[in-house]
Unconditional design. Structure first.
Length: 514
């Protein structure tokens, strides 16, 4: 297995011995660059959150384009993009500086007001040598933040001119930038005119989203993980995997091999810690940190037993310890994390048979809470399934009895409508029975017409425009109807203005001329 690095820097390249693991998503992004380049688009923005592997992707792409036949192709064949040309790469790591300064440093000319002229001369030199120019600006968001705060018009104009220079269809050149969020997000503090200009410049770049599915992140973690811990009971681990699939807690696209390789994490814990790091941390960077870390709550120092894996209660402890600063601030999951704490505090007041049952109850509460927060919307877990998990992964004894006691104390309940166990603060109302009763009630359609008519006096409206143009007065009556009808006017009435409703508001207006 190759070396592991917490991050990649495009100016320094891969560390010696580093192994890049290509993924379907990375290959798809590389293929998008090739196909869009063929249509005449030469400037790109790769957008992805922190730690998704954008910098490593860029380095792998550059390795492919260097045409070193002794190296294995990581993403694409260089012939697809640059043909038989050699490639010249300008790697720029974004900083809070003028873009002209950064480009000047890359060209070894320092700061200059004519940086585009220098770049054009540099390109022409490469063209005479039959070379392809690739400009990569990683951490481009820092450049945009600096531009938004210092001379936004001047900086944006330079970015625009750079993209236009690269985008000339006949030029053998490509510009790739990376961002953590949308281009326009960096323009929040600008005025309306500046924002419009910002949007115009954004149009010079093609956005490509760089997002690794959670299944792929788990696969990468499995490839990186090299646990020396012996699987205590392979059949029990297989049972946990099957339970995880039956509960639909993980997608069937995740192979059993991947889940087995992540041992001593069980499948529920492996999915949950990956989701937690994706939500609260920095994706693969923190996931790999988790796999490599030592100390309290670390998987590396966890000692599995026959019916004890690195389980959901361990995930809870790890997340609380490592993401406490984020969790203590208001966020979308704040109430659910608070519910876990409340449930554990209430469990402390229950009279348990012994200390073991008390600890099992706390671990079960943690597991249910983690599943509620980090599980997908389609998973389900019955009392029996939760008990099976608790006994096979958390070394619980008599888990059914413990769960039923939590239910009797209104700390946990089984939600029929979700088909899963959830944490519960308790109420005297039988919620499931009330939901059942509500489903038996079929709302009746309400006829609003009769009610409205009581407050709607007969009105006649003269059609003034017709009178002005034709000299003949015309009068319309108002009608309130439940449906549109074809009614011929009689007497002095020349037409109708009909308000109609189809069983429910809002009421629309129908005008008919006769």
């Amino acid at each position: 297995m190759g070396n592991f690095s917490l991050s990649a820097n495009i100016e320094n390249g891969f560390a010696k011995g580093t192994e890049y693991i290509s993924t379907p998503n990375a290959i798809k992004v590389a293929q998008s660059l090739v196909s869009d380049y063929a249509t005449g688009i030469h400037s790109f923005t790769i957008i992805g959150s922190y730690g998704t592997g954008k910098s490593s992707f860029l380095l792998a792409l550059e390795e492919d384009l260097k045409c070193n036949k002794n190296k294995e192709i990581l993403l694409i064949s260089p012939d697809c993009l640059i043909g038989k040309k050699k490639v010249e790469i300008l790697n720029i790591v974004g900083d809070y500086k003028d873009l002209s300064t950064l480009i000047g440093n890359a060209l070894n000319i320092g700061s200059t007001t004519n940086v585009l002229d220098e770049l054009r001369a540099f390109y022409n030199k490469l063209k005479s040598q039959n070379k392809f120019l690739l400009i990569v600006i990683d951490e481009f968001g820092k450049v945009l933040e600096h531009a938004a705060e210092h001379n936004p018009e001047q900086e944006l104009y330079l970015i625009q001119k750079l993209a236009e220079f690269i985008n000339m269809p006949q030029r053998s050149a490509m510009l790739i930038t990376t961002l953590h969020q949308n281009f326009n997000s960096y323009a929040r503090k600008l005025n309306e005119a500046q924002k419009n200009e910002w949007t115009k410049v954004k149009g010079r770049f093609k956005d490509i989203v760089f997002v690794e599915p959670i299944e792929q992140v788990m696969y990468l973690a499995a490839k990186r993980h090299n646990s020396s811990k012996e699987i205590k009971d392979l059949n029990r681990l297989k049972d946990l995997q099957q339970l995880c699939f039956n509960c639909k807690y993980v997608a069937e696209g995740i192979s059993e091999e991947t889940l087995t390789t992540l041992y001593p994490l069980d499948p529920f814990a492996a999915y949950s810690i990956t989701k937690a790091i994706e939500r609260y941390g920095q994706n693969e960077r923190s996931l790999f940190s988790f796999m490599e870390s030592r100390g309290s709550n670390s998987v590396a120092e966890f000692e599995p037993e026959n019916n004890l894996t690195y389980n959901l209660s361990c995930v809870y402890d790890y997340v609380i310890q490592n993401f406490y600063s984020y969790l203590k601030d208001a966020n979308a999951d704040s109430m659910q994390w608070s519910a876990i704490n409340v449930a554990m505090e209430r469990a402390e007041t229950v009279s348990w048979s012994n200390e073991k049952q008390h600890n099992d109850a706390i671990n079960i509460i943690k597991a249910i809470g983690i599943m509620n927060i980090l599980g997908n919307g389609t998973y389900s877990v019955t009392i029996q399934q939760m008990a099976g998990y608790a006994e096979n992964a958390m070394a619980a004894k008599d888990a059914i009895e413990t769960i039923n006691k939590l239910i009797s104390k209104n700390i946990v309940r089984f939600a029929e409508y979700k088909q899963r166990l959830i944490l519960f603060e308790g109420t005297d109302v039988d919620i499931e029975e009330e939901i059942r009763k509500a489903t038996l009630k079929v709302p009746r359609s309400t006829n609003y017409i009769d009610n409205i008519t009581l407050f709607f006096n007969k009105r006649i409206t003269p059609v003034k425009a017709h009178f002005y143009h034709k000299g003949t007065p015309r009068y319309f009556d108002y009608l309130i109807l439940s449906e549109v009808l074809d009614i011929l006017p009689t007497g002095d009435t020349d037409g109708y203005i009909a308000y109609f409703s189809q069983s429910n508001p809002p009421i629309s207006v129908k005008v008919t001329h006769f």
